[in-house]
Write a new protein. Structure first.
Length: 425
């Protein structure tokens, strides 16, 4: 399944639909197959539906509303300008704080997540349970007071990013995801940061410890790397969804497996047979994972678990350069159903391909823990200040008993391993 860029263009999506329709009307087999998967008609609306479904959306209107909302969010994020807008963010966080609780606002209830200090300001991830529309949240944080154990003088909280995607994609009562700017950034020595709501009740966020290191390793075996990439492509569709993309992902993987089977040696055939079995398992959402490698079976069994530990770690590490890219790893944050790593890549995370308007990631990313568990990754990246700011999300959730995790950034010429000692958060 293709992935939308961080700032998709509605005009470009319309162009994709018109080009698909022209190709189908000209008899192109690939275009006819793409449209035929979703409709029996050769019309512009059918082509738009095919484009939307291929990106994982239930309809063209749902995709269009999402892209329009992102455009409005981007405009809202940069207007009106503040002092924060003109100060570059440091790729290494000054600290990470997190708590468990909620505060009452004028427009609803806010549940803070992780607060990460970046240069001149902190960014708080939070969920807002509210009946208000995203466009009507201006002033929702009025009256919220921020304090810490050092007596820092904080200014007014400002909403910098609003994500209404869950509501637009079919969850009308879902919380609104917010990114809240707090100025200045909490000082690194701060043991806790507290948010006080309008009813006098507060939520305290406590500081994380810093523990991690990086290592490099030689280039992986190309055949092993391809099998892992194909398997993770299917597992990513199964664990991150939506379910409607699984048939397309399976078809692409099985086609490649068929190519690799020609003249393959017995050890390779065993790995390709495992890929066949994986595609069978995810096709019918079967609970029977027999015949799969242990790590793949374990990922599928834990895919819907929501008992992951709520932990946060400030890493702040600059890694050795690989493929001409310098990676700065910021923080690791674990939630009950997923976990994520923040990082910045310079000069960028992406590499141009021969296909117009398409890019590919320089690294393949996956993770392993000290218990033998494995994790697949999905990421978003937004360019800012000459860097690609990356948030990499992993599933299944982090194993509750894991005491160490290794995130692997795998490139053609070598791999970078980020080793994090989890211990007790």
């Amino acid at each position: 399944m293709p992935e939308l860029p961080s700032q998709p263009s509605l005009d470009h999506l319309r162009h994709q639909a018109r080009r698909l329709l022209r190709d189908a009307q000209a008899g192109d087999p690939g275009a006819l197959e793409r449209m035929g998967a979703w409709s029996t008609r050769l019309t512009l609306s059918a082509a738009q539906l095919a484009v939307a479904r291929e990106y994982g959306w239930r309809s063209w209107d749902a995709l269009r509303h999402y892209v329009e909302a992102l455009a409005w969010i981007a405009e809202r994020r940069h207007s009106p300008p503040t002092a924060m807008d003109h100060e570059p963010s440091s790729p290494i966080p000054t600290g990470v704080w997190r708590g468990d609780g909620e505060i009452v606002l004028r427009g609803g209830t806010l549940r803070p997540g992780a607060l990460i200090g970046w240069g001149s300001h902190g960014l708080l991830e939070a969920e807002l349970a509210s009946s208000l529309l995203a466009r009507r949240l201006q002033g929702a944080l009025d009256g919220v007071v921020v304090t810490d154990d050092l007596g820092t003088d904080y200014g007014r909280c400002q909403i910098r990013m609003i994500s209404n995607g869950r509501r637009l994609s079919g969850e009308p009562n879902a919380p609104i995801d917010l990114e809240v700017a707090i100025e200045p950034a909490p000082p690194s020595p701060a043991g806790w940061v507290e948010l006080l709501g309008i009813n006098g009740l507060s939520c305290r966020l406590t500081a994380s410890s810093t523990r991690g290191r990086t290592q490099t390793s030689p280039a992986p075996d190309p055949a092993e790397r391809e099998v892992r990439t194909l398997a993770h492509s299917v597992l990513r569709a199964a664990l991150f969804g939506p379910a409607k993309v699984i048939p397309h992902r399976r078809a692409a993987v099985l086609a490649r497996v068929g190519e690799l089977e020609e003249g393959a040696a017995p050890p390779a055939r065993e790995a390709l047979a495992a890929l066949h079995r994986l595609c069978e398992v995810v096709a019918d959402s079967s609970a029977d994972v027999s015949g799969l490698p242990i790590e793949w079976a374990a990922m599928l069994r834990s895919g819907q678990s929501h008992d992951g530990p709520e932990r946060h770690y400030r890493l702040g590490m600059t890694a050795p350069v690989i493929e001409g890219v310098e990676l700065v790893v910021g923080a690791l944050i674990s939630d009950p159903s997923t976990w994520r790593l923040t990082a910045s890549a310079s000069p960028g995370w992406w590499s141009d391909t021969a296909v117009r308007n398409q890019e590919v990631a320089i690294f393949r990313v996956f993770a392993r823990d000290d218990l033998g568990g494995s994790y697949v990754a999905s990421f978003i990246a937004t360019e800012a200040n000459g860097l690609d700011d990356v948030e990499i999300r992993f599933r299944p959730r982090l194993a509750p008993d894991a005491r160490g995790v290794e995130v692997v950034f795998e490139a053609a010429s070598g791999s970078l391993r980020v080793l994090v000692d989890l211990g007790e958060a």
